[in-house]
Design a binder for this molecule. Structure first.
Ligand SMILES: CC(C)(COP(=O)(O)OP(=O)(O)OC[C@H]1O[C@@H](n2cnc3c(N)ncnc32)[C@H](O)[C@@H]1OP(=O)(O)O)[C@@H](O)C(=O)NCCC(=O)NCCS
Length: 188
């Protein structure tokens, strides 16, 4: 299905002033995604994919780049250089009501991956904001994140988000947290 979000593109700046492009992931981005996988640490890959993964298989690359931009939205952040160096990726995939908070909200699973050299530069929040803007126009009111209990970076990221968050449940291997997109009133 085609819709305008296939062409989503915006300029933004990191905290240190570096200019970046945030744009919709395309089918032709398979090499860029694979490069980002190589550039991030084993720990970041583990926290993102819940397993020790070095590269994406061709099936995964297809899944992560050939998006309908309806139920599955993906954005890539790149430097404004000739090579369009990839530094982060974020996506959401809509879920059924029961999979999210079960309170009748339209929800989607959120996943972020920021390259180590660019962490703490505001990219996580840039991606969250762009994804939230798209989500709201599509009637999605809540993101849910599945986080390993030892992933202190993501837990801190959500704790300091401008969006209200709520811890749904915790097991030995995963913490589920929701991000309420309808309000930005939480003091950071
Ligand atoms: C979690 C992650 C997405 C954060 O991305 P980021 O671009 O570094 O986040 P931001 O720069 O927007 O950080 C915003 C705030 O979150 C908190 N935060 C982010 N990283 C943190 C860290 N390492 N330690 C403590 N707080 C942190 C801080 O409050 C930060 O604001 P500050 O830098 O002004 O203090 C990134 O570390 C990452 O990709 N991790 C590996 C993959 C992963 O775990 N994905 C989540 C699976 S759903």
């Amino acid at each position: 299905m085609f819709n305008g979000n296939h062409e989503y593109a915006a300029k933004d700046r990191l905290k240190d002033g570096t200019a970046v492009i945030v744009r919709a992931i395309k089918a032709s981005d398979k090499d860029l995604l694979q490069q980002l996988m190589k550039d991030v640490s084993a720990e970041s890959r583990y926290f993102r994919f819940f397993c020790a993964k070095k590269v994406l298989t061709s099936q995964e690359l297809k899944y992560f780049t050939e998006l309908d931009f309806d139920s599955h939205i993906g954005l890539i952040v790149s430097l404004c250089d000739k090579k369009e160096t990839p530094i982060a990726v974020g996506r959401y995939i809509t879920q059924t009501e029961d999979e999210v908070s079960g309170e009748g909200k339209a929800g989607a699973e959120l996943a972020l991956l920021v390259g180590e050299d660019y962490q703490r530069q505001g990219i996580g929040n840039i991606l969250l904001d762009h994804l939230a803007q798209i989500a709201i126009t599509k009637g999605v009111s809540e993101f849910v994140c599945y986080i390993m209990p030892e992933n202190s970076k993501m837990l801190s990221f959500l704790r300091h988000s401008k969006y209200p968050t709520n811890r749904l449940k915790r097991s030995a291997s995963v913490i589920s947290m929701t991000v309420d997109l309808n309000s930005e009133n939480k003091s950071a």
